[in-house]
Design a protein. Structure first.
Length: 367
């Protein structure tokens, strides 16, 4: 399609203008044609992979795109597994992530839920509920311990120097300290020390391709090694999934109870994603140890930043989708669910807690 009112741009341009929204006013977008990587938040639609064409049409009855001044209809025009669909009508969120794994923008439909749930959320979180934050940090440490102990059970030789045993002892002690903390600042200090202890032994959990894959410390914005590049990329995707899940149940994803409020940050998503970080870390270890990803799947820039290549992202996303389809036993519901539904279930449970239907929010604890 080409006419005077039609502009053709590629996906890199889309990402640039979404990142620099002031320049969008120069364009009247009718058609965007490119190989666009899609990430879908609702497994029921089975919508993920690469779309040959996505169409943005300015329309007063369209949906708001974060960071943009106008309303748009968004259609997937060419996507082989499914016919063209109005994404907003189906409740499908489209997340745009840069080649470096940075979240850029999200297209979604109307906000669901009611104002009374959000009002209750604001009233409860404004007081910084310390018990909710304590449970979140304790759960994160518990799940980290679960990962370390599982690796130690399967490969006892990795504890030759006793570093893993020492780390386990420190983390177990930290769980008790979380419930002695009287404020969020102290809790963050405990969590930070635990993360430092954990990532100091993370390299021992890497069993193959050790010349190419190693982790000295956690680095981000930008990641400085291949392991950090994968961690950052998947953390971003998981956080975006939680953001969409909160919107679907009617909670405000920007108003959290643990992470500080910051313009443009989904603080509540950052809070709950702590429960599932170890799942991402386990997946990264599996990709490396089973040699499903290699050094050639990364590019190193002159600044020292390390990012996944297009082929590398395809491998990571394929593994992530397989993980989302895997079945887990939910510790609170006592039912088997696809892992991909976990963010929506946890968001619903948090909403029930805020409404007073549950006496306590049940964190996701691995067993």
């Amino acid at each position: 399609m080409t006419d005077e009112n039609t502009k053709m741009i590629n996906i890199r341009t889309i990402q640039h203008y979404m990142y620099c929204p002031r320049r969008w006013g120069l364009l009247e977008i009718k058609v965007v044609r490119s190989s666009v990587t899609l990430y879908n938040d609702l497994p029921a639609y089975n919508l993920y992979g690469v779309a040959d064409c996505i169409e943005f049409v300015k329309n007063q009855k369209g949906v708001k795109v974060q960071g943009l001044p106008d309303l748009y209809h968004v259609k997937i025009v060419e996507y082989k597994p499914k016919p063209p669909k109005e994404c907003a009508d189906l409740g499908i969120s489209l997340n745009f992530i840069s080649p470096q794994g940075e979240f850029l923008a999200r297209v979604q439909g109307k906000t669901k839920g009611n104002i009374f749930l959000r009002k209750a959320q604001f009233e409860q979180f404004v007081a910084l509920p310390i018990l909710l934050a304590q449970n979140t940090v304790a759960t994160k440490i518990h799940n980290t311990l679960f990962l370390i102990k599982r690796s130690l059970r399967d490969y006892p030789q990795i504890n030759e120097g006793g570093e893993l045993t020492f780390c386990i002892e420190r983390l177990q002690t930290a769980i008790n300290k979380t419930y002695e903390a009287s404020d969020i600042g102290t809790l963050m200090g405990i969590e930070g020390n635990c993360a430092k202890e954990y990532f100091s032994i993370f390299d021992k959990l890497i069993l193959s391709q050790k010349e190419d894959f190693y982790l000295v410390s956690r680095t981000k914005r930008p990641p400085l090694d291949k392991v950090n590049a994968m961690l950052s990329y998947l953390y971003t995707i998981m956080t975006s999934t939680y953001t969409s899940a909160f919107e679907s149940v009617g909670l405000d994803s920007c108003y959290g109870f643990y992470h500080a409020l910051r313009s443009g940050r989904s603080s509540l998503a950052c809070d709950l994603v702590e429960e599932t970080r170890c799942v991402i870390e386990r997946l990264v270890l599996t990709l490396i140890n089973l040699k499903k990803i290699h050094a050639k799947d990364f590019e190193i820039q002159e600044s020292g930043s390390v990012f996944l290549t297009k082929e590398g992202k395809k491998k990571v996303l394929t593994a992530w989708q397989e993980k989302r389809r895997s079945m887990i036993l939910h510790p609170f519901l006592k039912e088997k669910i696809p892992f991909g539904l976990l963010p929506y279930i946890q968001s619903s449970l948090l909403a029930k807690y805020i409404r007073g239907e549950l006496s306590e929010y049940p964190c996701f604890m691995q067993k």
